[in-house]
Design a protein around this ligand. Structure first.
Ligand SMILES: C[S@@+](CC[C@H](N)C(=O)[O-])C[C@H]1O[C@@H](n2cnc3c(N)ncnc32)[C@H](O)[C@@H]1O
Length: 186
């Protein structure tokens, strides 16, 4: 695999940029989290539904109104932050993103805005739009909850990982005050 000569230059950046955007969430993850009203960034041709309603690139999910409980595995790259910002503002949904905890985007829209984070154990194997599963991703993933019912969904999902739940200190700040569940042991 070629190492990217631009941007961060990490091996997994190359993996992401080459596979760009059309990698689908393993359906078991979404089923474990309950029913969603809207997926604002869904493939045009999809092998399964991810929510009751879908927006695709043909609609441009960023400019459409969002409603209800949102499932969001956004396009990768710099634009991921724009999608996370919209979900944080909407305040009701779960996002699936790479666990790049050090990035400006993670600090701005996740550490500062989310209500819970579930760091999943292992690496996900995403799906092609054909419905076939690819290899394991080049980076770990996490699920981000905005809104109380989505915190509950992460807690009750049975998805293996470390769940961090936030407590709001003020309107704009919250602290990570407890690890509700961790399952590091085999
Ligand atoms: C990482 S995939 C996730 C697909 C699906 N949400 C899932 O969880 O399996 C991101 C999707 O966003 C779509 N997309 C990209 N730009 C978009 C836009 N402006 N509006 C809506 N969808 C978009 C891509 O076509 C791609 O299907």
């Amino acid at each position: 695999m070629k190492i990217s000569s631009t941007g961060g230059g990490f091996l997994h950046d190359t993996w992401e940029s080459r596979q760009k955007d059309e990698w689908l969430t393993p359906p078991g993850i979404i089923h474990a989290l309950g029913d969603f009203d809207l997926d604002p960034c869904a493939p045009v041709h999809r092998p399964w539904s991810t929510a009751t309603h879908h927006y695709t690139v043909l609609d441009d999910g960023l400019i459409k109104p969002w409603f209800g409980r949102v499932w969001m595995n956004p396009p990768y790259g710099r634009e991921t932050g724009i999608w996370l910002n919209k979900l944080a503002t909407h305040g009701d949904g779960i996002a699936l993103v790479f666990a790049r905890t050090e990035t400006k985007m993670f600090f701005k829209f996740i550490w500062s805005e989310a209500n819970a984070i579930l760091f999943m154990r292992g690496r996900l194997a995403f799906y092609h739009a054909s419905g076939l599963q690819g290899g394991h991703a080049g980076a770990p993933s996490c699920l981000i909850a905005y809104g109380d019912r989505n915190v509950r969904a992460l807690k009750g999902s049975g998805i293996v990982g470390a769940l961090i739940i936030g407590r709001r200190k003020s309107r704009s700040r919250w602290t990570l005050d407890r690890v509700a569940r961790d399952v590091w042991a085999d």
